[in-house]
Design a protein around this ligand. Structure first.
Ligand code: SF4
Length: 313
């Protein structure tokens, strides 16, 4: 490293390297603020998938978790896709192993298989349609009423979709550890303390949390709700990383993270997988051009089909 480079902050070095290598940094809302600050695009799964499909950059650095970087690779297979930490997994994706899922599919061969984007490339390749929390309702409603449906891997999102669409669905028993960590008792105490606060929740949260929510929506939906609402105090039941972008969007409003069951330093819910990425790891992965997401061509082709169907819907 040259003397000049040493004098630059890590943030500046990331920005410089990104330019030199014609790379694009896509960051999920759940990333640390310092990563969001160097990103070209910040978004939820659907928005980032669209950006990954459309980018002309040579390298995609995906500051998120493994299944998201895989989705970027599937959508743009000729690009080099990097993930700052390959161990950044997802409890929800891991709750649905391909062998076990194949067994369920074999038991119900006449069912349409819809999978939430938070799953591995192998599971996507076994699906008829993929969805995100932004478009899940629309995707389910696009399936003819006489067709039976398997929905995987998130049972909480599945239950919510059964409620809003009225469709019977066979649910895989998976869940996100972060969205199952909210304490209803503490949430009720908080809403007594802040009687004017509106509770907003992600549909990956458990049913008892959704029942007390004033608004339920995807990460982008929640951001939009807070921006356009006449209310000025919100209790936010999703991963706490969203609060950074939300507060930038509504600096004059009060945002309170929904409390977790466990006592922890921030009294909120954070995804340990998402937080495995750091600005230093992001810099190192740009410099070394690794770790890289590599997928078999056949797997990419199969997994692309249900994702393309989703983007068409
Ligand atoms: S917040 Fe939950 S669903 Fe999202 S990456 Fe973390 S474990 Fe997976």
């Amino acid at each position: 490293m040259s003397v000049v480079q040493e004098e630059l902050s890590l943030k500046d070095r990331v920005l410089q390297l990104k330019k030199e290598k014609n790379a694009v940094i896509l960051a999920h809302y759940y990333q640390e603020p310092e990563i969001q600050e160097v990103a070209d695009f910040i978004g939820d799964s659907l928005e980032l998938a669209k950006k990954a499909a459309a980018t002309t950059a040579d390298i995609i650095v995906f500051a998120g978790v493994h299944f998201m970087a895989e989705t970027a690779k599937i959508l743009n297979p000729t690009k080099k896709v990097l993930l700052p930490d390959l161990k950044a997994g997802c409890s929800l994706a891991e709750s649905c192993p391909p062998e076990a899922f194949q067994k369920l599919k074999d038991q119900y061969p006449d069912h349409v298989v819809v999978t939430y984007i938070n799953c591995s490339a192998e599971i996507k390749a076994m699906s008829d349609l993929v969805c995100t929390s932004s478009n899940a309702e629309k995707i389910i409603n696009s399936i003819p009423a006489d067709r039976k449906i398997i929905f995987a891997p998130d049972k909480n999102l599945g239950k919510y979709l059964i409620d809003v669409t009225g469709r019977e669905m066979l649910l895989w028993d998976g869940a996100c550890i972060v969205h199952e960590a909210f304490s209803l008792d503490k949430l009720i105490d908080l809403s007594i303390e802040y009687p004017k606060a509106k509770i907003i929740a992600h549909p990956e949260s458990e049913s008892h949390i959704l029942q007390v929510a004033n608004y339920i929506g995807s990460t982008s939906g929640m951001l939009n709700y807070v921006k356009t609402s006449d209310y000025d105090t919100f209790i936010v039941a999703t991963e706490a990383g969203i609060l950074h972008q939300m507060q930038l969007d509504v600096p004059h409003k009060t945002l309170i993270p929904a409390p977790a069951k466990e006592d922890n330093s921030c009294a909120c819910s954070e995804c340990a997988f998402m937080k495995m990425n750091t600005l230093k790891k992001l810099y190192d992965c740009l410099e070394k051009e690794g770790p890289e997401i590599r997928l078999e061509e056949e797997l990419i082709e199969k997994a692309l089909v249900p994702i393309k169907r989703m983007l068409e819907v």
